[in-house]
Design a protein around this ligand. Structure first.
Ligand SMILES: *Cc1c(COP(=O)(O)O)cnc(C)c1O
Length: 428
């Protein structure tokens, strides 16, 4: 495939946008080459600026659960736009989408809308601190909760009691309050709680990790976290920005039958427009301003276009009783197909999957946390990525990303993908 126009557009972009992109993972740093500029998309396909058609497995990093330019969402946004695009005043549609979200998700009474997953997680942590009166938080290595300061943290030398910044610009003062634990390692979490008795406000995690590949929680891990939180007056925050409305109507809480105290949303909840949200029981949410003392605000929060897109999306998900079965079956079909061809060509690999999230790791051992995910062979991944791209299959340009399956994918698309993987597999 030819990417002449994309290359030119990238060169132009680099002059006026740092790295040519508005979010780093788009820049192909992990795989080499220049990013593809997209012109439009429909259903399961991307159409780039050079006229190539690609089968899309990123889907805007998750939001397009029902495919690109999904008609009810497009219509809803067009209709709303004609009535004005932002007021900074309450609108009825905010209540409508809030009611629907509260009816779909377990254990939440109230929800507040923001503009991104980053904002949702940042605000959830502030709320947890305000509610508990404690400062420290526990996060897991390899889990991503957006780019706010408290989350850009690595394990420090006193790893159990102090975190360190992993980006310049994050202060030591902020970093010391974030403690880093190993995903799927409950003993490690216990140690950290023990060493910081009475100081931890919340534990935040992706209940199914999706930002170090797809990593399911080990059997009993979420239950054990719930018990530890209860025993130590710590709030459990599920960051369901990726899993919310994707793994089930009620997200991972429903799938694993575990209640979190605060739940964060993004991606699917906005139907492709910039939306995030956080939600909890009333006793917790009532601590937010203007009811309570914990401050949180946003000029464009609850924006009518964003709410229209989100409401159309959630309505469709809520009304389609077979959606999650179809997604499961399609992803399972792809899973088996990939497994078969990679095995046939003797390529060392591990495939992880939960529902419509799947990741292929070129690793020998099971991938259960950041360390094991990082052991994957990145050279093989690079060849795999570029090989697939050449065949018109677009997966995320990093081995640490999940593939997102949409309902728009047909079995012909899946067969084409498996054939492409077979062709590329021979060359790995
Ligand atoms: C994408 C993501 C975020 C950040 O959301 P943005 O909208 O990119 O700010 C936070 N948490 C998880 C689990 C995510 O996947």
């Amino acid at each position: 495939m030819i990417y002449k126009r994309s290359s030119k557009l990238f060169t132009d972009a680099e002059k006026v946008i740092p790295g040519g992109v508005n979010s780093p993972v788009r820049a192909f740093k992990a795989v080499g080459g220049t990013p593809i500029f997209v012109k439009k998309a429909k259903g399961a396909y991307l159409f780039d600026e050079d006229g190539n058609k690609l089968i899309d497995y990123i889907n805007s990093w998750g939001p397009m659960l029902l495919g690109h330019a999904f008609e009810p969402v497009v219509e809803a946004v067009i209709e709303k736009t004609k009535q004005g695009t932002s007021f900074g005043m309450p609108t009825e549609i905010e209540t409508k989408i809030a009611e629907l979200a509260v009816s779909m998700v377990p254990n939440i009474d109230k929800i507040r809308f923001v503009n991104s997953g980053t904002e949702a997680c940042m605000s959830a942590v502030r709320l947890a601190r305000g509610f508990t009166g404690k400062d420290k938080i526990i996060k897991f290595a390899g889990c991503y909760h957006g780019h706010s300061d408290s989350f850009l943290i690595q394990a420090g030398s006193g790893a159990i009691t102090l975190g360190e910044p992993n980006s310049p610009g994050v202060t030591e003062g902020t970093a010391k309050d974030t403690l880093l634990a190993r995903y799927n390692d409950i003993e490690n979490v216990k140690q950290i709680i023990e060493a910081n008795k009475g100081k931890i406000a919340c534990i935040i995690l992706e209940p199914v990790a999706g930002n170090m590949g797809c990593i399911p929680p080990k059997q009993g891990f979420l239950d054990a976290l719930r018990s530890l939180c209860d025993a130590n007056s710590i709030l459990l925050i599920f960051d369901e920005v990726m899993t919310g409305f994707r793994l089930a109507k009620g997200g991972a809480q429903e799938l694993y039958n575990i209640n979190a105290d605060i739940v964060c949303f993004g991606k699917v909840i906005g139907g492709g427009l910039p939306v995030g949200a956080f939600a909890a029981r009333a006793e917790i949410m009532n601590h937010l301003s203007p009811l309570g003392p914990v401050y949180q605000a946003g000029t464009l929060s609850g924006n009518p276009l964003a709410m229209a897109a989100g409401l159309a999306m959630l309505t469709e998900i809520n009304n389609d009783a077979e959606l999650f079965n179809r997604l499961e079956q399609k992803t399972d079909y792809l899973h088996k197909g990939i497994e078969e061809v990679l095995t046939e060509y003797n390529i060392i690999h591990t495939i992880n999957r939960v529902g419509s999230m799947i990741s292929v790791h070129f690793a020998e051992e099971k991938v259960v946390d950041f360390e094991s995910s990082a052991k994957g062979n990145n050279d093989t991944f690079k060849k795999f990525f570029h090989g697939l791209l050449n065949e018109g299959i677009y997966i995320a340009p990093s081995a640490f990303e999940t593939w997102f399956i949409t309902d728009a994918l047909t079995y012909e698309d899946l067969d084409a993908t498996i054939s492409a993987i077979a062709k590329v597999g021979k060359t790995l």
